[in-house]
Write a protein that binds this ligand. Structure first.
Ligand SMILES: Cc1cc2nc3c(=O)[nH]c(=O)nc-3n(C[C@H](O)[C@H](O)[C@H](O)COP(=O)(O)OP(=O)(O)OC[C@H]3O[C@@H](n4cnc5c(N)ncnc54)[C@H](O)[C@@H]3O)c2cc1C
Length: 443
């Protein structure tokens, strides 16, 4: 699944209705920028974990590979995290990446913009889980691991019937899966004992038969799987609506159960898997730039405002060159698409459309999602963590003035909210979205 961003909404939201409602202009008086408000927890010790060691082995293999007699010029379309990390690892292996980015900003779905007041707008609210060994390794290799702000080992859900209150799953510092089991057993606000036991029984096949079983569940939505396994519907309503929206920005009656089971499996197998970190500032500067510096200092190249218009083929259907929107031709020894799947489908050369490999892309489609920022001129009583919303229209949210160093403010709040599912909303006016969303948030 791929996502589409809704930055246009976020931008206008700030300027009109939200400014009036939240009094954002006044907030700037006496504001202390860059004061460190967020509290960091110690970074997890990944070194001993098998998945992290696999990531180390993979990147070490590239770094230690024999230097190519003729380094390959690899042309990569897209400077999101996929394109930039591909460029980083290609340069580790002794090749020359040339990254073409359509826009004037790095990062794709982690892109961010600064407005005239110096405030950042982000494309998405981004969490870095302990269960991402490759990205943890990437941070380490770029020497920027200290830019991840780790939060308490908890999952925190807004209480549906008690506005302003939260129910926490607290993971004790013991090995997996016991930390997860204890976290679930200790939380009695969201699920009853009967519901927990029935859910645990439903999960048994996944635990016994592992990944093969997990992949076979792709035919079922989360809701269908719950029904099939005899899990009470309240478990779906209490936990998995929020979980499905956090994972893929859609409701559990649309999401494949394979997605949820894959995440649960990682969390149940890895002691630090469900730990979460926030980046300490805007991703283009704090994460993308170090990647760009890494590969450009080793001979690679980055071209901004270089939008791929056409993939031109040779007679044998291999790539001849990339043609850009401005008419420029870019040639290389190899070519890579790190563009969103919907764009790749549009740019797919006709002869490739019948190739089974490329036909698999037909099973993927973008999911619209809107990221909203709301500034308040006072400090809300929020939590230093990601919060799972229970409202119909929100997925997750966080007070970035508390969770993130660069946005820290001890007198005001900056909420970032992921509005999903957004398919019915993405074309509506910003004003309607803002008013509706504020109402949702208040209740
Ligand atoms: C609101 C939101 C919240 C999210 N939260 C999380 C989270 O908490 N944790 C998590 O792990 N993931 C999260 N994600 C998902 C994550 O951000 C993405 O999976 C990831 O950033 C995708 O990276 P990518 O490089 O594959 O694609 P993209 O980021 O989409 O990058 C593609 C790049 O290609 C460029 N491009 C497009 N067309 C062309 C063209 N014709 N020529 C040249 N370049 C082109 C684009 O401008 C873009 O820079 C979130 C996403 C969103 C939208």
């Amino acid at each position: 699944m791929q996502t589409m961003q809704g930055r246009a909404h976020a931008q206008t939201l700030n300027r009109q209705p939200v400014t009036q409602v939240a009094g954002r202009t006044q907030r700037r008086v006496g504001r202390s920028r860059l004061q460190v408000y967020a509290r960091d927890f110690p970074p997890p010790q990944f070194d001993g974990t098998a998945s992290y060691q696999d990531a180390v082995a993979l990147s070490t293999k590239l770094q230690n590979a024999p230097r190519p007699a003729k380094p390959q010029r690899v042309v990569i379309a897209g400077a999101g995290l996929a394109g930039l990390s591909a460029a980083k690892y290609l340069s580790d292996a002794g090749h020359i990446p040339i990254v073409l980015e359509a826009r004037d900003v790095l990062g794709g779905k982690v892109a961010a913009w600064k407005d005239e007041d110096g405030d950042w707008y982000e494309t998405g609210l981004h969490i870095f889980f302990g269960a991402y060994p490759n990205i943890q390794r990437l941070f380490k290799e770029l020497n920027i691991s200290d830019r991840l702000q780790w939060k308490s080992h908890s999952m925190i859900f807004a209480m549906q019937d008690k506005p302003g209150q939260f129910s926490r799953f607290e993971f004790p510092d013991i090995p997996a899966p016991w930390n997860g089991v204890v976290a679930i057993l200790r939380n009695n606000e969201m699920l009853s004992w009967t519901e927990k036991i029935k859910f645990a029984i439903g999960l048994l096949p996944a635990i016994i038969f592992g990944q093969k079983y997990v992949e076979e569940q792709d035919e079922l939505t989360v809701t269908q799987w719950m029904e099939k396994q005899g899990v009470p519907s309240r478990v779906n309503d209490e936990v998995f609506i929020a979980m499905a929206k956090a994972l893929n920005f859609i409701d559990p009656d649309e999401l494949s159960m394979t997605v949820v089971l894959t995440a649960l499996n990682r969390f149940l197998q890895e002691r630090h898997g469900s730990k979460m970190a926030f980046l300490d500032g805007a991703p283009p500067e704090r994460l993308c730039e170090p990647m760009v510096n890494y590969f450009t200092s080793r001979g690679g190249e980055l071209r901004m405002n270089a939008r791929l218009k056409q993939i031109v083929l040779n007679e044998d259907n291999s790539v001849k060159h990339f043609e850009l929107l401005n008419g420029e031709i870019v040639e290389g020894d190899a070519y890579m698409s790190a563009m969103p799947v919907d764009i790749m489908k549009k740019l797919m050369p006709q002869p490739w459309k019948n190739v089974p490999f490329f036909q698999k892309l037909n099973g993927l489609e973008g999911v619209p999602v809107i990221n909203i920022h709301i500034w308040f001129d006072r400090k809300l009583s929020t939590v230093d963590h990601l919060l799972f919303s229970r409202s119909e229209l929100l997925s997750v949210y966080a007070d970035m003035s508390t969770t993130c160093k660069e946005y820290s403010d001890d007198k005001a709040s900056m909420l970032e909210l992921v509005f999903a599912p957004a398919a019915d909303w993405i074309g509506r006016s910003d004003q309607i979205s803002a008013r509706f969303n504020l109402k949702v948030f208040q209740t």
